[in-house]
Design a protein around this ligand. Structure first.
Ligand code: ADP
Ligand code: MG
Length: 233
């Protein structure tokens, strides 16, 4: 599903340059649930943003679902991004003046889905995350966990090949974090490929594989022997 080879990324800051990713090699198969760990500043978000086509690498190869992601113009990049990828962020990134259903259906609008189908799909996905009754509520009327579930419904409604989550539980208390991870595990059980950036070891233990980033390289890549079921903690 994902194959990257010798990926490098530096940030230019005036006359100095910060080498953040220093040759990352990484493969993800369809259906995996991978945690990307590492201390703050280790390059987790940079890597996820490149995988999510929100940013480009300086060097290296990236193949996503058989498509080489390189030198794409912005229109093509946007097309692949919509088609292949779903995003979930720590800060939810919902639109405050739109209700839950409108937030879920907005990406579908940009994909040219008809109004009627958008409404239907939005309700279907809100139902899947247990929030059908909250469809007409604004984000300000939802708890943090509910907001993140709306964000997950929004990401999944386009049926992406890969769901990318950057610290999805970073702004949530422990109980709510586990509820969100329970949902992520359920979505993975349905066969979806998911990458979760986290710096919390207990959250990583709820994934099937843990990749550790340090100083711009992968220092460890291991299968989780006993995946923690989020629903039972
Ligand atoms: P993490 O998500 O693991 O905390 P990041 O990928 O966000 O790490 O950042 C890695 C390093 O790159 C940090 O030192 C950060 O300050 C720097 N960095 C991130 N984004 C930018 C940017 N747009 N411009 C300059 N430096 C950046
Ligand atoms: Mg980060």
């Amino acid at each position: 599903m994902i194959s990257i080879k010798n990926l490098h990324k530096s940030y230019q800051m005036g006359s100095s340059s910060l080498h953040v990713l220093k040759g990352i090699d990484f493969e993800v198969e369809e259906g995996e649930l991978v945690a990307i760990m590492g201390s703050s500043g280790s390059g987790k978000s940079t890597l996820l943003n490149i995988l999510g086509m929100l940013d480009t690498a300086d060097e290296g190869d990236y193949i996503l679902d058989g498509v080489e992601i390189k030198d794409l113009d912005e229109t093509k990049a946007a097309k692949y991004r919509n088609k292949f990828l779903g995003f979930v962020f720590q800060s939810f990134n919902l639109i405050n003046y739109k209700n839950a259903a409108e937030n879920v259906s907005l990406p579908l609008y940009y994909q040219g889905v008809s109004r009627k189908e958008r409404q239907q799909v939005a309700l279907e996905y809100l139902d899947r995350v247990g929030l059908k009754e909250w469809a007409t509520h604004l984000p300000s009327e939802l708890s943090g966990g509910q907001k993140q579930r709306v964000a997950i419904a929004r990401a999944m409604a386009s049926q992406p090949k890969v769901l990318l989550a950057d610290e999805p539980t970073g702004a949530l208390d422990t109980k709510t974090s586990y509820e969100v991870m329970d949902l992520i595990q359920q979505i993975n059980d349905e066969g979806n490929t998911i990458l979760v950036v986290t710096h919390e070891p207990d959250i990583a233990q709820m994934c099937k594989r843990i990749v550790m980033l340090k100083d711009g390289v992968i220092v460890e890549d291991k299968k989780v022997k006993q995946v923690k079921a989020a629903a039972h903690v």
